[in-house]
Design a protein around this ligand. Structure first.
Ligand code: GH3
Ligand code: MG
Ligand code: MG
Length: 431
């Protein structure tokens, strides 16, 4: 099923902006005149392009150009009902969805000549073709079907193009949950509405301005995403965790998670394989049940926050998680193998040779075979209580419990003892 984060990443702000404008436009509450709306449209396009350039987002930059060219072509053709240029109108309705899909599939390559030349040239060629078609077709008959008063009926192939592009962009944005992808989907929807209402210039321009706004805001959203998410695993980062921690209100639980013998894993299989494993483990942590939110707080150290839950309520979910990670087998990809690990692991590469036979990781995957591997995690949990009222204290207690899990043989979940119980045990001379 769709998670809350996925739904949020798809609908806010793109879908919400578009819905808001649709309500304003069709209820008659939008009283702005055409020049004011046109100003907003140009402002959004130019402002968005400047922002895209400043934030090195060539995809948004080109998407805004596509939108602008599409809109201009349609405006110049005089909509679907003007005899000359009707072909241009149809061509633009096919090319805009096609280009937005291409942009969605493109990698961000920066504002260098080699980065922008291919798509820039491609757009230029399209522009020339559209211009030539417009000339050649001055007296041709309209390829557009009959229409009713306010809306335009596009030919079937243009509708199909829109639908296919829309589905592609929607699926992609659900898969990646990236702001750029959801912005491309919603701007395509807004462009379609702008096209559909070409006859009513105010409505059409309002939708075009919305499409440009949606693209521009995705740049800000992307910056937020980069600042608050870890690049390797895409989990919320330490910064997000530091902000979430003080917001917790009793009762809540914190789980500290650390991968077992991960240094040895890196030494054995190389840093790149280690990175892949980190991604896999992170993906499993992100799926934890019980309303937990996972964060990557350090190299291979994660924290899961469970607002409103006690240790008793989350222990089973964490045990399920531990078992799921333990039983997940993965295979190394041939070219990821690195004999000499990178960075700080390099020093210990020699030392591991001695311990090879006893190494549980290596036993799972003997050298030169693609046998499946797995890793395990140790987890320490603590919840807030009268004695542990500050989140830092709960985190410390979870860390202590994790330390105990490591000491007790790893691959286990340990719960922090309640401070009161510990004190009474001390008083009785038990601990
Ligand atoms: P323990 O069971 O006691 O936790 O043993 P450990 O080897 O996992 O010990 P520790 O947690 O101190 O090791 C951290 C290691 O994690 C060091 C480094 O090799 C690895 N590591 C940290 N960050 C990354 C990363 O981003 N990528 C990879 N591949 N490895 C990392
Ligand atoms: Mg570790
Ligand atoms: Mg560690």
């Amino acid at each position: 099923m769709l998670s809350r984060t996925t739904v949020k990443s798809l609908t806010v702000p793109g879908g919400t902006l578009l819905l808001g404008v649709a309500i304003l436009v069709h209820s008659g509450w939008l009283t702005l005149a055409l020049p004011a709306l046109s100003f907003l449209y140009y402002w959004a396009i130019i402002g968005g392009m400047l922002l895209a350039w400043r934030f090195h987002s060539t995809r948004i930059f080109f998407a805004l150009i596509v939108l602008f060219l599409g809109q201009q072509t349609i405006a110049l053709s005089g909509g679907a009902h003007a005899a000359p240029g009707a072909m241009v109108f149809v061509v633009a309705s096919v090319l805009v969805p096609l280009n937005l899909v291409l942009i969605a599939l493109m990698h961000e390559r920066g504002f260098t000549i080699s980065g922008i030349a291919p798509l820039g040239l491609f757009l230029f060629v399209q522009g020339v073709i559209v211009a030539v078609l417009a000339r050649a077709e001055e007296s041709a008959s309209l390829p557009v079907r009959a229409h009713h008063a306010a809306a335009v009926v596009l030919p079937d192939y243009a509708l199909l193009g829109f639908a296919a592009a829309g589905i592609l962009l929607l699926v992609r944005s659900l898969l990646t949950r990236k702001p750029v992808d959801s912005a491309l989907f919603w701007s395509l929807a807004a462009f379609f509405l702008s096209l559909y209402f070409t006859d009513t210039a105010r409505i059409s321009v309002a939708y075009s301005a919305t499409a440009a706004c949606i693209l521009a805001t995705s740049i800000i959203e992307t910056s937020y995403f980069l600042a608050y998410h870890d690049e390797l695993t895409a989990l919320p980062s330490r910064r997000a965790f530091s902000e979430a921690l003080p917001r917790l209100q009793h009762p809540y639980s914190i789980a500290a998670v650390d991968i077992d013998h991960f240094k040895r894993f890196n030494d054995t299989y190389g840093h790149d394989t280690g990175d892949q494993v980190l991604r896999l483990v992170a993906a499993q942590l992100a799926q934890v049940n019980g309303g937990g939110q996972a964060y990557r707080c350090g190299g291979e150290e994660f924290v899961i926050l469970f607002p409103g839950k006690t240790v008793r309520e989350v222990a089973d979910y964490l045990e399920q998680l531990r078992v799921a990670i333990e039983s997940t087998e993965f295979r190394m990809r041939g070219n990821d193998r690195r004999q000499a690990p990178r960075g700080p692991d390099r020093r210990s590469a020699r030392a591991t040779g001695r311990a090879r036979k006893a190494d549980p990781i290596r036993r799972l995957a003997p050298e030169k075979t693609a046998a499946p591997m797995s890793v395990t995690v140790s987890i320490g949990i603590a919840n807030s209580s009268a004695d542990r009222s500050h989140p830092d204290l709960v985190l410390q207690a979870a860390d202590k419990a994790l330390y105990r899990a490591k000491g007790n043989g790893r691959n286990r979940v340990e719960t922090a003892a309640s401070p009161r119980r510990r004190n009474s045990a001390k008083a009785a001379g038990i601990a």
